[in-house]
Design a protein around this ligand. Structure first.
Ligand code: ISE
Length: 335
């Protein structure tokens, strides 16, 4: 039984504690931490038993009973805890983003490489969604030829007024940034953002919709329509156009109903409904990998690449120009 400590007891932290306690196998939560002690105590109740409560992530990581750490605190707090876990050789599952700056991501990557062990998995859970896996596997067969283009949509019904223009990149399209390069096994070369006619249903600080284009090193062009006030649902689509085929993600688990002379299919409005199974799968895979001491999911390089690509896209939002994605060379360690 892998003994896990969870740092950050907000909604996502509590959801992972519940997942580990009630829905996945092979791990148990032995400690939780949050700067808000009351919140940590409430979260500890989900784990039950004698789950310990800390108010500092560092103290939790240093608890000898904690074998592996889940970091679900706000992004700005990740870097120090990641470095501490690497120093102690403890495995980590870290929610996105790895760190809030590319420099901090690089620091963490250097520390992990120096440790000689793959310790960190990132919470880009969409890699565990069946629809994307089917397309990735189909591309890998070679039967359809080389991928040339990808068309993605990422639509939310609405966003709060705290959501601003850069968040379309750092909070929303960050998922496609990670997914798309993984699906076609390539890294990014350049990006661009085009601002279409704005919806009247957005607010001052959020330009919406946005049309983002990413070009990979081999030349694949990926477009992502990001529309976070689309009103009608949480609508996620992906199509890969290859030399000989179009590979399009199906709508998962959506029942269609014929009634009263109408054919209807529900569109969910909730990302936690659409990706419920993916969340469970990613945590189960992280736990299973502990015994083998490997990381199969998104890793530190992916977190670094996502940060650098996101920086370039945020710049492109402002300049309207094509911006280069300039990374360090991918370390051998991650190839
Ligand atoms: C949120 O943080 C997510 O991760 C959702 O998947 C995304 O659709 C949403 O726009 C983000 O705010």
């Amino acid at each position: 039984m892998l003994k896990v400590g969870v740092i950050g007891c907000g909604g996502m932290g509590r959801s992972h504690i519940d997942r580990i306690t009630n829905r996945t196998q092979g791990a148990k939560v032995v400690a939780v931490s949050d700067v808000f002690e009351e919140g940590a105590k409430k979260a500890a109740e989900i784990a039950g038993g004698d789950c310990k409560v800390y108010t500092s992530g560092k103290d939790l990581i240093n608890d000898p009973e904690v074998e592996a750490v889940l970091i679900v605190s706000p992004g700005f707090a990740h870097c120090d805890d990641l470095l501490e876990a690497i120093r102690l050789g403890k495995r980590v599952f870290c929610e996105k983003p790895l760190c809030t700056t590319a420099d901090d991501c690089k620091k963490v990557m250097d520390a992990e490489v120096a440790s000689g062990r793959h310790l960190i998995q990132l919470g880009f859970m969409r890699r565990y969604h069946k629809g994307y896996i089917q397309i990735k596997d189909a591309i890998a067969t070679g039967e359809y030829g080389e991928p040339l283009m990808m068309h993605c949509t990422h639509r939310n019904p609405t966003v709060p007024t705290s959501y601003d223009t850069p968040m379309a990149v750092t909070d929303t399209v960050i998922h496609e940034i990670d997914l798309c390069h993984w699906m076609v096994n390539d890294d990014y070369d350049s990006v661009q953002v085009i601002m279409p006619k704005e919806t009247s249903l957005t607010h001052d600080k959020c330009k919406d919709p946005q049309f983002m284009i990413m070009r990979t090193k081999s030349g694949i062009v990926i477009d992502v329509e990001c529309f976070v006030n689309c009103q009608f649902g949480y609508d996620i689509n992906c199509e890969v156009v290859t030399e000989r085929a179009s590979l399009k993600m199906g709508t998962p688990m959506a029942m269609s109903v014929k009634k009263d002379a109408k054919l209807t299919t529900e569109v969910t409005t909730d990302c936690f409904v659409l990706f419920k199974d993916a969340y469970d799968e990613e945590i189960q895979n992280w736990v299973d990998c502990a015994e083998k001491d490997v990381i199969e999911g998104p890793n530190t390089w992916d977190g670094y690449l996502a940060a650098v690509t996101a920086d370039a896209l945020v710049k492109a939002q402002q300049t309207g120009q094509i911006e280069k994605v300039i990374t360090v060379d991918k370390p051998e360690f991650y190839k």
